[in-house]
Design a protein around this ligand. Structure first.
Ligand code: HEC
Ligand code: HEC
Length: 486
């Protein structure tokens, strides 16, 4: 494009944007109708951000492929802070202190292993670092909703910190017990699922509240997040069907959450219940809740300590004048958010393979695409230029769905009930075993493979789950092949 043509286009875009209130529009891409070949662009699920590097253990760690070289330094520095091991204050390295006093891990990377996902402990001797338990109690009447999307446990706070700095007491350990649940397929194949029961062992600060609600989560993979942030609100609202007017048994809802940064209610997108409004707010709350680091939006230097933990409140902190009187100031949090926004989705493998295409057709026929909505075009005014106006295939509607009693945690967050979960994006899912060396799926990693993940679907997805159990073996294999190609 010549400079003049470019200027004219920009002017036209600016005029158009000026006539529209709020965000520039994006698009909900229609469902596929032809399964004889891959859709145009489908092999690059993140549009121009997609990387085509080897599908090896580093597959989740590359920057957006369309990132201009001058921004790559910010990505690298952001990566450094994502991996940084925080130490307790005071330390000679003043800029990396402030850990805890209570914490879940010393770095982001300890949970988001290789920018991929965490896992539940592999037996009684393994640790639970990359998993956490969120805690709350029912809200008391009249409590202002903006204060928090839930009411923290009065002594232990918003999550169980299973580590502490020297001289402090950790809050306890996650104890998991699995019970077998057998599902029989129509062809007689038996699959044994494991139903988890969670408890808190060795509570460090006395008994927990009698109405305690807990929700276990494994750290999710970090790819494509900026693209999910760049889907227009209007497109999520268009997919939502809260009263199931389409009568298909599926009633997706947007979660509405309070944004500290914007000071208003917005659509939630991140976290297993879509309770975080933006990457920046999720990143800052992770610094604070998971590592115990103060940030501009979450300025408490003692992280998740409560007034009932006086020793924790009195511990030295790492706030320093450099980062604006905080432990991680605006520069650090901005760079980590930049990094988190720009981790690229890998290219599909075998999108054109006949077996994969057959599996894709089954995915559609069973009705999986009703929640795992395949494609969007992102807004052209998204936060990152890399993510603007891209055709993407995340396979999620980012909406909340009642997933039935089996998956329920009975712990509401903002507008999400104790049975609702956000549709998980499926891009990159086939590379989890390559990147993380395991195939644990769902919000708490209870599924040990993709078949188990599908069999746990219930509630609004019960019909699809039932249809899956009626497939012939060959068709089940094709469906799994398709998921593995994502
Ligand atoms: C103790 C483990 C742990 C640590 C440490 C941790 N995270 Fe997370 N992270 C999680 C879990 C668990 C979730 C899912 C949260 C939920 O469902 O509410 C998550 C979610 C996220 C998400 C949203 C992803 C999505 O798909 O919605 C981002 C972004 C993120 N973390 C970034 C970070 C950053 C940046 C850091 C370091 C400052 C960090 N995390 C530290 C466990 C961790
Ligand atoms: C009613 C909406 C809905 C339908 C229909 C649906 N899903 Fe899901 N799916 C979800 C939600 C919500 C989650 C996250 C659940 C959780 O983490 O507990 C999920 C999770 C998954 C996961 C695990 C993802 C991960 O990252 O761990 C896979 C795989 C999956 N779905 C495949 C399918 C397939 C295949 C079908 C069709 C047979 C299907 N889903 C139908 C809503 C749906």
């Amino acid at each position: 494009m010549t400079a003049t043509a470019r200027a004219v286009t920009l002017l036209a875009l600016a005029t158009l944007a000026a006539t529209l209130p709020g965000q520039a529009p994006g698009k909900v891409l229609p469902l596929a109708a032809d399964f004889s070949a891959a859709e145009p662009g489908e092999a690059l699920p993140g549009g121009a951000t997609t990387h085509s590097r080897p599908a090896d253990e580093n597959a989740f760690s590359w920057p957006a492929a369309n990132m201009p070289p001058e921004r790559e330094l910010d990505f690298k520095v952001g990566n450094g802070f994502f991996r940084r091991l925080w130490v307790s204050a005071p330390a000679s390295t003043g800029s990396a202190d402030g850990l805890g006093p209570l914490y879940n891990a010393r770095s982001c990377q300890h949970c988001h292993l290789k920018d991929g996902r965490g896992h539940p402990p592999n037996g009684p001797d393994d640790n639970a670092v990359s998993m956490l338990l969120r805690l709350s109690i029912p809200a008391s009447p009249g409590q202002p909703a903006e204060a928090s999307p839930f009411t923290p446990e009065p002594t232990y706070g918003a999550q169980l910190q299973d580590f502490s700095i020297q001289g402090q007491r950790a809050e306890g350990r996650i104890a998991i017990h699995y019970e077998p649940v057998v599902v029989e397929m129509a062809d007689g194949t038996r699959v044994e699922l494991r139903a988890p029961r969670y408890a808190i062992a060795d509570p460090g600060y006395g008994p927990l509240h009698p109405q305690l609600m807990i929700s276990p989560r494994i750290a999710p993979q970090m790819i494509g997040l900026g693209l999910l942030e760049a889907i227009a609100d209007a497109d999520l609202n268009a997919l939502a069907d809260p009263d199931d007017r389409t009568g298909d048994g599926i009633s997706g809802r947007v979660n509405r959450v309070w944004s500290r940064a914007q000071g208003q209610w917005v659509i939630g997108r991140f976290g297993a219940k879509a309770s975080a409004p933006s990457i920046d707010e999720q990143v800052q709350s992770a610094f604070n809740g998971d590592i115990g680091i103060s940030t501009p939006l979450f300025p408490s230097a003692v992280g998740d300590c409560t007034p009932r933990q006086p020793a924790c409140l009195a511990a030295p902190h790492g706030n320093s004048p450099g980062p604006g009187g905080l432990e991680a100031g605006e520069t650090v949090t901005r760079l980590v958010a930049f990094y988190s926004r720009n981790l690229a989705v890998p290219a599909r493998r075998d999108a054109d393979d006949p077996a994969v295409l057959r599996g894709k057709r089954i995915f559609y026929t069973l009705g999986c695409a009703a929640c795992h909505h395949p494609g969007f075009e992102t807004r052209r005014d998204s936060i990152g230029a890399e993510q603007s106006a891209q055709r993407i295939w995340p396979y999620t509607d980012l909406l909340l769905h009642d997933m039935g009693e089996g998956l329920a945690d009975h712990r509401p967050v903002a507008g999400a009930s104790g049975r609702e979960w956000r549709t998980a994006p499926l891009w990159g899912i086939g590379l989890v075993p390559v990147v993380n060396g395991h195939s644990y799926y769902l919000h708490d990693g209870r599924a040990r493979n993709l078949t188990e993940a599908i069999l746990w679907h219930g509630g609004e997805a019960e019909r699809q789950q039932q249809a899956f159990t009626r497939l012939e073996r060959g068709d089940r294999d094709h469906l799994i092949r398709f998921l593995e190609s994502l």
